[in-house]
Design a protein around this ligand. Structure first.
Ligand SMILES: Cc1cc2nc3c(=O)[nH]c(=O)nc-3n(C[C@H](O)[C@H](O)[C@H](O)COP(=O)(O)O)c2cc1C
Length: 368
């Protein structure tokens, strides 16, 4: 049984001092063009102590991949000085600094892209209110996007980060290529499951080529995924277990499942005998560490989640309880803030964009 305060050394050679990491959370605190702000650096520095690593909120690798105003960007070399300051501020508190890199694909709007139409694997809108129909990427543009992930990896290395996390979860572009809902292509990048995986396979090649060319010390590459989609057609647990078969044989340092609760059960009746986290963990066959996540608030949650994961990611609790990990390490469990997030968000000193973003995602219960 893993305890949270033991270090973990990844395949690449990077060691995190303990098993608690900050889950990637978009904060909308960057400048209009995605440059890191001082507020943002302070926000991460305030939360880094006591953690094994911080995974930053999603950073777009191309301007056309921007998902929200105020989003972090890693698309241009001019962003390097501020990215570097961010990495240093996290590392100065003893945590490793990982930047999550992504492209929003169809999950953005013309308004966010200053009038430019969003792109995706195919011209199919998401099944969401007000979703815009994207334009299908050409094969040449697919290659450019894959290269952009490699370039973003180079920038993460040059900025001094300890690693990157590929954001293959939460319905963004990487997932859109793997999903039969958003990917209706008839070329080599669509159709069969193997073909829908091609984008991911080439992405890994591009990212590791950048690591080989630029990293002068061990550098972590992780991958985040969502295990199920509700759309039909859509990604099912069986597809995810197949994906994990591919990923466990790769050079990745870890995989990170995206779940709202670590003990969530799958929608698919064929996979309801245990939590999804356990299915995912078993599929990895101890060949790749797993980061579990979702609703971790106290020591019991950490201990339970670590039964089916090597590392635990914590999101909302750290938003309003920045020193949570320090308190846990010191045994000050009584001092952990325990109000439900929907209530606590009303008292936490978050800046306005972050407060609004979090409050919209986790509204107060209607009977409150
Ligand atoms: C404000 C906010 C922003 C988020 N942004 C991201 C993101 O940029 N990338 C990502 O992979 N997940 C994102 N998530 C999901 C979290 O990483 C996490 O998986 C989820 O909140 C469940 O964990 P928790 O219950 O500990 O918060 C976000 C969550 C919140 C609350």
């Amino acid at each position: 049984m893993t305890t949270f305060n033991t270090p973990l050394t990844f395949k690449s050679g990077v060691t995190i001092p303990n098993r608690l990491v900050m889950s990637p959370m978009t904060t909308q605190q960057s400048f209009y063009n995605g440059t890191v702000t001082r507020d943002e650096i302070q926000y991460y520095a305030d939360r880094a102590q006591g953690l094994g690593a911080i995974i930053t909120g999603a950073a777009n690798v191309q301007d056309g991949g921007k998902g929200w105003p105020g989003e972090l960007s890693i698309a241009h070399d001019q962003m390097l000085p501020e990215l570097s300051a961010l990495a240093k501020a996290i590392q100065a508190r003893g945590a490793k600094a990982f930047v999550q890199i992504f492209h929003a694909g169809r999950m953005t709007t013309r308004a966010t892209l200053s009038g430019v139409q969003p792109v995706s694997a195919s011209a199919v809108a998401a099944e969401r209110l007000h979703a815009e129909t994207p334009r299908a990427l050409t094969v040449a543009e697919i290659h450019e996007t894959i290269q952009a992930f490699g370039d973003a990896t180079r920038r993460a290395i040059q900025a001094g980060f300890d690693g990157i996390e590929l954001h293959g979860a939460n319905t963004y572009l990487i997932q859109q290529f793997f999903s039969p809902h958003s990917n209706r292509r008839t070329d080599d990048y669509g159709g069969s499951r193997d073909n829908r995986y091609r984008f991911i396979a080439e992405l890994l090649q591009s990212v590791f080529a950048a690591v080989d060319a630029y990293a002068t010390k061990p550098f972590v590459v992780g991958y985040r995924f969502s295990p199920e989609e509700y759309e039909t057609p859509g990604i099912r647990v069986a597809d995810t277990l197949w994906l994990l078969e591919q990923l466990r044989a790769s050079r990745l340092d870890y995989v990170h499942v995206s779940l709202s609760r670590y003990d969530l059960t799958a929608h698919d009746p064929a996979y309801q005998a245990k939590p999804i986290l356990a299915y995912v963990h078993d599929a990895l066959q101890n060949r790749l560490p797993l980061i579990g996540v979702g609703g971790v608030r106290d020591r019991t949650d950490v201990t339970t989640a670590l039964q089916d994961a090597e590392v635990v990611a914590v999101g909302q609790q750290l938003l309003y309880d920045p020193t949570w990990a320090v308190k846990l390490a010191q045994g000050a469990d009584d001092a952990l803030l325990s109000a439900p997030f929907a209530e606590a968000v009303n008292f936490v000193p978050l800046n306005t964009p972050l407060y609004n973003f979090a409050a919209a995602r986790y509204p107060k219960p209607t009977n409150a």
